[in-house]
Design a protein around this ligand. Structure first.
Ligand code: CA
Ligand code: CA
Ligand code: CA
Length: 260
Protein backbone atom coordinates (compact mmCIF):
# COMPACT_ATOMS: atom_id res chain seq x y z
CA UNK A 1 0.00 0.00 0.00
CA UNK A 2 1.15 3.50 -0.77
CA UNK A 3 0.62 4.73 2.75
CA UNK A 4 3.43 2.60 4.14
CA UNK A 5 6.13 4.82 2.73
CA UNK A 6 5.26 8.06 4.57
CA UNK A 7 4.74 6.08 7.79
CA UNK A 8 8.20 4.58 7.46
CA UNK A 9 9.72 8.00 6.85
CA UNK A 10 7.92 9.41 9.89
CA UNK A 11 9.31 6.65 12.07
CA UNK A 12 12.81 7.35 10.81
CA UNK A 13 12.35 11.01 11.64
CA UNK A 14 11.21 10.21 15.15
CA UNK A 15 14.29 8.10 15.71
CA UNK A 16 16.55 10.96 14.70
CA UNK A 17 14.80 13.63 16.72
CA UNK A 18 13.91 12.59 20.25
CA UNK A 19 10.94 14.80 20.82
CA UNK A 20 10.37 15.99 24.35
CA UNK A 21 7.80 18.72 24.56
CA UNK A 22 7.75 21.50 27.08
CA UNK A 23 4.62 22.65 28.84
CA UNK A 24 4.04 26.23 29.98
CA UNK A 25 2.34 26.68 33.35
CA UNK A 26 0.23 29.81 33.54
CA UNK A 27 -1.83 31.34 36.36
CA UNK A 28 -4.24 34.17 35.57
CA UNK A 29 -6.76 35.86 37.84
CA UNK A 30 -9.86 36.32 35.70
CA UNK A 31 -11.62 39.21 37.40
CA UNK A 32 -14.67 38.82 35.20
CA UNK A 33 -15.43 35.30 36.42
CA UNK A 34 -14.13 35.71 38.90
CA UNK A 35 -11.90 32.68 38.74
CA UNK A 36 -8.31 31.65 38.96
CA UNK A 37 -7.40 30.08 35.64
CA UNK A 38 -4.57 27.58 35.60
CA UNK A 39 -3.24 26.74 32.15
CA UNK A 40 -0.95 23.98 30.99
CA UNK A 41 0.05 24.74 27.41
CA UNK A 42 2.10 22.32 25.37
CA UNK A 43 4.20 23.03 22.32
CA UNK A 44 4.28 21.60 18.78
CA UNK A 45 6.30 18.58 19.94
CA UNK A 46 4.88 15.51 21.61
CA UNK A 47 3.75 16.33 25.15
CA UNK A 48 2.92 13.77 27.80
CA UNK A 49 1.14 15.29 30.76
CA UNK A 50 -0.17 13.47 33.80
CA UNK A 51 -2.29 14.84 36.64
CA UNK A 52 -3.08 12.55 39.51
CA UNK A 53 -4.15 12.67 43.12
CA UNK A 54 -2.85 10.38 45.83
CA UNK A 55 -3.54 10.09 49.55
CA UNK A 56 -6.52 11.29 51.53
CA UNK A 57 -7.34 14.07 53.97
CA UNK A 58 -4.36 16.10 55.09
CA UNK A 59 -2.12 13.67 53.22
CA UNK A 60 -3.69 14.41 49.84
CA UNK A 61 -1.24 15.35 47.11
CA UNK A 62 -1.74 16.32 43.47
CA UNK A 63 1.16 15.67 41.15
CA UNK A 64 1.42 17.26 37.72
CA UNK A 65 4.20 15.67 35.69
CA UNK A 66 5.66 15.37 32.23
CA UNK A 67 6.29 11.73 31.49
CA UNK A 68 8.56 12.07 28.49
CA UNK A 69 11.50 14.14 29.69
CA UNK A 70 9.89 17.46 28.88
CA UNK A 71 10.10 20.34 31.30
CA UNK A 72 7.73 22.90 32.71
CA UNK A 73 8.36 26.48 31.65
CA UNK A 74 6.70 29.67 32.86
CA UNK A 75 3.52 30.61 31.05
CA UNK A 76 1.36 33.68 31.41
CA UNK A 77 1.39 34.72 35.06
CA UNK A 78 -1.09 37.46 35.91
CA UNK A 79 -2.30 37.29 39.48
CA UNK A 80 -1.63 39.37 42.60
CA UNK A 81 1.55 38.47 44.44
CA UNK A 82 -0.30 37.17 47.53
CA UNK A 83 -2.27 34.75 45.35
CA UNK A 84 0.90 33.47 43.70
CA UNK A 85 2.59 33.21 47.08
CA UNK A 86 -0.34 31.23 48.45
CA UNK A 87 -0.12 28.78 45.54
CA UNK A 88 3.66 28.52 45.86
CA UNK A 89 3.20 27.67 49.53
CA UNK A 90 1.20 24.59 48.56
CA UNK A 91 4.06 23.07 46.55
CA UNK A 92 5.47 20.06 48.35
CA UNK A 93 8.03 19.09 45.74
CA UNK A 94 9.30 20.50 42.51
CA UNK A 95 11.54 19.35 39.69
CA UNK A 96 11.75 20.52 36.08
CA UNK A 97 9.32 17.78 35.04
CA UNK A 98 7.15 17.30 38.12
CA UNK A 99 5.27 19.49 40.59
CA UNK A 100 3.53 18.09 43.66
CA UNK A 101 0.95 20.15 45.55
CA UNK A 102 -0.33 19.50 49.04
CA UNK A 103 -3.84 19.04 50.44
CA UNK A 104 -4.45 22.79 50.67
CA UNK A 105 -4.14 23.06 46.90
CA UNK A 106 -6.22 19.93 46.36
CA UNK A 107 -8.97 21.43 48.50
CA UNK A 108 -8.84 24.71 46.57
CA UNK A 109 -8.93 22.86 43.25
CA UNK A 110 -11.93 20.87 44.45
CA UNK A 111 -13.88 24.06 45.09
CA UNK A 112 -12.74 25.03 48.56
CA UNK A 113 -11.24 28.36 47.48
CA UNK A 114 -13.03 31.72 47.53
CA UNK A 115 -13.29 31.61 43.74
CA UNK A 116 -13.30 28.63 41.35
CA UNK A 117 -10.04 27.29 40.01
CA UNK A 118 -10.47 26.51 36.32
CA UNK A 119 -8.00 24.27 34.50
CA UNK A 120 -7.15 24.69 30.81
CA UNK A 121 -4.94 22.04 29.23
CA UNK A 122 -3.94 22.76 25.62
CA UNK A 123 -1.26 20.51 24.19
CA UNK A 124 -1.11 21.86 20.64
CA UNK A 125 0.28 19.94 17.68
CA UNK A 126 2.24 16.71 17.99
CA UNK A 127 1.15 13.31 19.24
CA UNK A 128 0.23 14.21 22.79
CA UNK A 129 -0.86 12.24 25.81
CA UNK A 130 -2.82 13.60 28.75
CA UNK A 131 -3.85 11.46 31.71
CA UNK A 132 -6.00 12.88 34.50
CA UNK A 133 -6.82 10.47 37.29
CA UNK A 134 -8.46 10.42 40.73
CA UNK A 135 -8.74 14.21 40.95
CA UNK A 136 -11.64 16.45 42.00
CA UNK A 137 -12.23 19.69 40.10
CA UNK A 138 -14.62 22.31 41.46
CA UNK A 139 -14.26 24.66 38.48
CA UNK A 140 -14.38 24.19 34.73
CA UNK A 141 -11.94 21.88 32.97
CA UNK A 142 -10.93 22.23 29.34
CA UNK A 143 -8.67 19.76 27.54
CA UNK A 144 -7.59 20.35 23.92
CA UNK A 145 -5.07 17.90 22.53
CA UNK A 146 -4.79 19.63 19.17
CA UNK A 147 -3.84 18.09 15.88
CA UNK A 148 -1.82 14.88 15.84
CA UNK A 149 -2.74 11.42 17.03
CA UNK A 150 -3.45 12.00 20.69
CA UNK A 151 -4.38 9.96 23.71
CA UNK A 152 -6.59 11.25 26.50
CA UNK A 153 -7.18 9.32 29.72
CA UNK A 154 -9.79 10.38 32.28
CA UNK A 155 -10.22 7.87 35.08
CA UNK A 156 -11.79 8.20 38.50
CA UNK A 157 -12.23 11.97 38.51
CA UNK A 158 -14.99 14.15 39.91
CA UNK A 159 -15.85 17.12 37.68
CA UNK A 160 -18.15 19.62 39.41
CA UNK A 161 -17.96 22.26 36.66
CA UNK A 162 -18.22 22.23 32.90
CA UNK A 163 -15.95 19.84 31.01
CA UNK A 164 -14.78 20.35 27.45
CA UNK A 165 -12.53 17.73 25.85
CA UNK A 166 -11.52 18.48 22.26
CA UNK A 167 -9.28 15.84 20.68
CA UNK A 168 -9.16 17.86 17.42
CA UNK A 169 -7.81 16.38 14.15
CA UNK A 170 -5.84 13.15 13.93
CA UNK A 171 -6.66 9.59 14.91
CA UNK A 172 -7.28 10.01 18.62
CA UNK A 173 -8.07 7.78 21.57
CA UNK A 174 -10.09 8.97 24.55
CA UNK A 175 -10.42 6.58 27.48
CA UNK A 176 -13.00 7.77 30.03
CA UNK A 177 -14.00 5.48 32.87
CA UNK A 178 -15.36 5.84 36.41
CA UNK A 179 -15.68 9.62 36.30
CA UNK A 180 -18.52 11.60 37.86
CA UNK A 181 -19.71 14.60 35.88
CA UNK A 182 -21.87 17.21 37.59
CA UNK A 183 -22.15 18.30 41.21
CA UNK A 184 -25.85 17.36 41.50
CA UNK A 185 -26.72 20.99 42.29
CA UNK A 186 -27.73 23.91 40.13
CA UNK A 187 -26.78 25.37 37.78
CA UNK A 188 -26.38 22.42 35.44
CA UNK A 189 -22.97 21.62 34.05
CA UNK A 190 -22.26 20.94 30.41
CA UNK A 191 -20.04 18.20 29.08
CA UNK A 192 -18.55 17.96 25.61
CA UNK A 193 -16.36 15.22 24.22
CA UNK A 194 -15.43 16.26 20.68
CA UNK A 195 -13.26 13.68 18.93
CA UNK A 196 -12.78 15.89 15.86
CA UNK A 197 -11.72 14.82 12.39
CA UNK A 198 -9.86 11.55 11.95
CA UNK A 199 -10.72 7.97 12.87
CA UNK A 200 -11.17 8.08 16.61
CA UNK A 201 -11.90 5.67 19.43
CA UNK A 202 -13.77 6.46 22.63
CA UNK A 203 -13.40 3.84 25.34
CA UNK A 204 -15.87 4.38 28.13
CA UNK A 205 -17.72 2.79 31.00
CA UNK A 206 -18.72 3.36 34.58
CA UNK A 207 -19.17 7.12 34.28
CA UNK A 208 -22.00 8.93 36.03
CA UNK A 209 -23.58 12.05 34.56
CA UNK A 210 -25.43 13.62 37.45
CA UNK A 211 -28.13 16.18 36.67
CA UNK A 212 -25.97 17.69 33.99
CA UNK A 213 -27.08 20.07 31.25
CA UNK A 214 -26.01 19.38 27.68
CA UNK A 215 -23.98 16.20 27.27
CA UNK A 216 -22.52 16.15 23.75
CA UNK A 217 -20.34 13.20 22.77
CA UNK A 218 -19.37 13.85 19.14
CA UNK A 219 -17.27 11.53 16.97
CA UNK A 220 -16.78 14.25 14.37
CA UNK A 221 -15.67 13.45 10.84
CA UNK A 222 -13.99 10.14 10.07
CA UNK A 223 -14.80 6.56 11.04
CA UNK A 224 -15.35 6.75 14.78
CA UNK A 225 -16.02 4.05 17.29
CA UNK A 226 -17.39 3.98 20.82
CA UNK A 227 -16.19 0.95 22.69
CA UNK A 228 -17.65 0.01 26.04
CA UNK A 229 -14.91 -1.35 28.30
CA UNK A 230 -15.98 -4.82 29.30
CA UNK A 231 -16.07 -5.39 33.01
CA UNK A 232 -17.13 -1.81 33.75
CA UNK A 233 -20.71 -0.81 34.48
CA UNK A 234 -22.59 0.98 31.76
CA UNK A 235 -22.59 4.75 31.97
CA UNK A 236 -25.41 6.27 34.00
CA UNK A 237 -27.20 9.39 32.84
CA UNK A 238 -29.19 10.81 35.76
CA UNK A 239 -31.74 13.41 34.65
CA UNK A 240 -29.94 14.10 31.44
CA UNK A 241 -29.57 12.41 28.10
CA UNK A 242 -26.56 12.51 25.82
CA UNK A 243 -26.37 13.73 22.26
CA UNK A 244 -24.29 11.24 20.28
CA UNK A 245 -23.62 12.46 16.72
CA UNK A 246 -20.80 11.33 14.46
CA UNK A 247 -20.37 7.70 15.52
CA UNK A 248 -20.05 4.98 12.90
CA UNK A 249 -19.61 2.03 15.26
CA UNK A 250 -20.88 1.24 18.73
CA UNK A 251 -19.45 -1.72 20.59
CA UNK A 252 -21.53 -4.67 19.47
CA UNK A 253 -21.44 -6.22 22.92
CA UNK A 254 -23.13 -3.19 24.40
CA UNK A 255 -26.74 -3.10 23.32
CA UNK A 256 -27.33 0.15 25.16
CA UNK A 257 -24.54 2.48 24.04
CA UNK A 258 -26.19 5.51 25.51
CA UNK A 259 -26.74 3.85 28.83
CA UNK A 260 -30.25 5.18 28.77
CA1 CA B 1 2.09 19.07 21.59
CA1 CA C 1 -5.75 15.11 17.86
CA1 CA D 1 -13.59 11.63 14.22
Amino acid sequence: MKCESPKFQAEQLEERVLLAGNVALGIVLNAGGPSLDISLTGDADDNSLAVTTTGTGAGTQITVSLEDGGTFVPGVIAAPAPVLAAIAATVDAFSPSSITFNATFANALAGGAAIPLNVDIDLGAGNDTVAVTDTTFGGDVSVDTGTGNDTGVLVGNQFNGDVMVDMDGGNDLLHATFNVFGDNAGPFENLTFDMGAGNDLLEYGGNVFLNTGVVLVDGGDGHDRQDWIHGTPDDQYVNTSPLLPGWEVFDHADDSPTGV
